[in-house]
Design a protein around this ligand. Sequence first.
Ligand code: NAD
Length: 307
Amino acid sequence: EAKIIDGKKISEEIKIELREQIKEWMQQENVRAPQLTCILVGEDSASQVYVKNKMKAANDVGIKSETINLPKTISEDELIQIIERLNDDNSVDGILVQLPLPDHIDDKKICNIVSCEKDVDGFNSTNLGRLSQDLNTMVPCTPLGVQELLKKYDIETFGKTAVVVGRSAHVGKPIQSLLQSDGRHEISGMDCTTIMCHRFTPPEKLKKFCREADIIIVAVGKPNLIREDMIKPGACVIDVGITRIYDEETKKSKLVGDVDFENVKKVAGLITPVPGGVGPMTVCMLMKNTFTAAKRLAKLRKEKLIK
Ligand code: NAD
């Protein structure tokens, strides 16, 4: 039976480390605490929960945070102006625009307004472009969390075959970039051979590719897409998917991933649960990115002062 990858435990450990590192950095450099600003447009209840969790995690590690709540009727231009003000605001280190945005606002455009230095979500096209070139960059939080789990559990990636299911710009694609990154380049490379599957990959091909994989990473949002007959014995299975379903047994709603967990764990070598796998790592990596942004910006400000 597979070993369970405990994302909750790892994320708690990383948060304790981060808390110490931030405290030390503030004392050594004589600087203020890192500051994360979240923009929440509208009243989507899932988004509200996500933002609240991010604020709580920030508080846990000693990052100051603020949420700017905006009505869903706000115009794209007004939103752009608010982000531009935050870009110029020296008291802000990280800016996060919670997605999805209302239909009348172009989220790609908005993600590109956030300055590269403060883009703690890593969704700016420049940062994503740098990632695809194996250059050091702000890596999106979920892909970074997946990478961190693979590292913490000593999962060999060099020369291994990885299948990524789901090709979204913020999750699937950056995960693939990290997995196939070249260890001789700037970024810490994982040197996998990757196969990317998506909604038009025929089911029998999806099964064939998955059965060849040493590592399977699924980010789709379809419960039970990955079943036990699709797994090579001993493979590592990372489930990014989150779907809320109604549980007939308990008569309550619950969160599930894309993997048929109970059956797949009989064949896999390692597996992440949902919840408690990738989810907590995502929030934790947001804190890591905010600290990285704060350090870089503080250094830039100091250099400017010296000049
Ligand atoms: P998305 O809707 O943007 O992308 C889904 C992808 O799945 C698409 O690329 C599509 O081609 C592919 N797909 C759809 N049906 C498929 C099929 N039958 N076979 C293979 N591929 C198929 O979603 P996203 O933003 O990438 O998120 C994916 C999932 O991950 C969602 O469930 C989301 O809630 C979850 N998610 C979790 C975290 C976390 O922190 N754990 C973070 C982000 C997203």
